[in-house]
Design a binder for this molecule. Structure first.
Ligand code: GLY
Ligand code: MN
Length: 465
């Protein structure tokens, strides 16, 4: 964890923003996978980690703004638990490490809230059913009203603070990217025609876990990169295919990396693969080069879409006026997701607090256009933001068939040519970038990205011909 000073300062910022009332933060609990004692990997809630640092289940925290104190509620481990799971420092000892001097048994929480029920009690939107039920019981709010009664003021304060990464957080994020880089270079070196995707997926997961952390999200390792969040790992790698790998390590402090690379199963890209790959690379690199405080990230999304449309026109896949095609949203056929999102303790940072708080603002509403509506971050960038830049080009047979049948954007899309790419799959390239006072910094050691760098890695290890 960070020093207690960090956590004290973070909680002080909440007081500066909200002045008065109680702030209730629910830590996560263990959840049974197939029976209560066989649990999913435990992951603490990120906002709980941010303000209280304690990485264990069954804790709740309260900040009493008027009393000027924080309290952690939780029960000490019984000796029966210690017999099975081993000893732990007491909750009071752990709380002191993060500057919290008052701890109480879990059952005292409801008494505390009951005594203070006439004061404002702020909480964040729950994303686990157990938390919804707990809030319903503790605060006597109907279950179906729990989410809508979450505190907009608290959400805004947390988002404002967590969006600006401090130097000590950047150190962690850079560690996450560097482990993620090792995962990618390992996959690029070991992939062979005849392997199952799962062999690569398992190898990269092993590196994340072996670093002492974990995966930040489930591995995407697929020869069907056109399926955006493809978690199936049962295909056999074949000559001529591309492998799209999108995965990231989470550090022991739970900061995430989120990197995507695409490489050929063969030693070299085919010329058709190279054309599409270089177009995605140009979109990624040109957008990164334009990053600085004040830039509207939606403009970066549109910039990448325009690069993609123009490049596809050179390849005969699009036609007509590409400014008009951009305006109309024709790029959604090839680039149906957003250019990127904030990243931090969550891979899609703070998404549980509401994407519109994290990526939009009043006066900048989410588009309804296919493709653009999936943009998670649209607003002006600020120094201290860390975000992903991840353009892609995909040939999704089902979408091509549908749009062609509807005649959608037929003035801009050369469907006859697009048909010939239906077996192409997809290319995405993604890096994690810090916005600095004057521009940007790509986090971590460089991970091979140009065609030459990727082919060199494939060749160095004798990838298949
Ligand atoms: N890494 C997956 C995503 O950003 O959605
Ligand atoms: Mn991403």
């Amino acid at each position: 964890m960070f020093s207690k000073n960090t956590y004290n300062q973070r909680r002080q910022q909440l007081k500066n923003d909200l002045y008065s009332g109680l702030l209730l933060f629910l830590g996560n609990d263990e959840t049974g996978m197939n029976y209560a004692d066989n649990v999913y990997h435990f992951r603490q809630d990120s906002t709980f980690l941010y303000y209280f640092g304690l990485d264990q289940p069954n804790l709740t925290a309260l900040v009493d703004l008027d009393e000027g104190k924080s309290i952690i509620f939780g029960d000490e481990l019984s000796v029966e638990y210690i017999v099975w799971m081993g000893p732990q420092p007491t909750i009071a000892q752990q709380a002191a490490e993060v500057g919290v001097l008052t701890t109480l048994p879990a059952k005292e929480l409801s008494n505390y809230l009951e005594k203070n029920k006439n004061r404002p009690i702020h909480y964040l939107p729950p994303y686990r059913a157990k938390h919804s039920i707990k809030l319903h019981q503790l605060l006597d709010i109907p279950l179906d009203k729990v989410a809508e009664n979450a505190s907009a003021e608290l959400i805004q304060s947390v988002v404002k603070q967590r969006s600006i990464k401090t130097a000590e957080e950047i150190v962690e994020m850079e560690k996450a990217v560097n482990v993620t880089g090792q995962m990618h270079t390992t996959a690029m070196k070991m992939a062979r025609s005849g392997m199952i995707e799962a062999e690569l997926a398992g190898a990269v997961e092993g590196i994340a876990v072996g670093s002492g952390g974990n995966l930040a999200y489930p591995v995407i390792m697929t020869v069907n990169g056109q399926t955006l969040h493809n978690h199936y790992h049962g295909n056999t790698l074949e000559e001529g295919q591309l492998v799209l790998g999108d995965y990231g390590a989470e550090t022991t402090m739970h900061y995430a990396g989120d990197i995507t690379r695409t490489f050929p199963v063969a030693q070299k890209f085919t010329s058709r693969q190279k054309d599409i790959y270089n177009l995605v690379l140009k979109a990624e690199e040109d957008c990164i080069a334009a990053l600085r405080p004040g830039v509207l990230y939606r403009d970066m999304h549109l910039k990448s879409a325009k690069i993609i449309l123009d490049g596809l026109k050179d390849l005969g896949l699009t036609q007509g006026n590409m400014d008009d095609a951009l305006e109309a949203g024709a790029y959604g056929l090839f680039f149906p997701h957003g250019l990127g999102h904030q990243i931090g303790l969550d891979v899609h940072d703070m998404e549980n607090l509401g994407e519109n708080y994290v990526g939009y603002r009043q006066g900048l509403e989410r588009s309804k256009l296919f493709g653009l509506k999936s943009l998670r971050l649209a607003k002006e960038l600020q120094a201290g933001y860390v975000l992903t830049v991840e353009p892609g080009i995909y040939f999704i047979p089902e979408l091509i068939d549908l749009w062609r049948a509807e005649g959608r954007y037929k003035e801009f899309i050369n469907y006859d040519k697009v048909e010939t790419y239906k077996d192409f799959s997809g290319v995405r390239i993604e890096d994690n970038v810090l916005i600095t006072e004057t521009g940007y910094r790509v986090l971590g050691n460089p991970i091979p990205k140009t065609v030459e760098e990727v082919e060199e890695l494939r060749n160095a290890q004798g990838g298949t011909m």
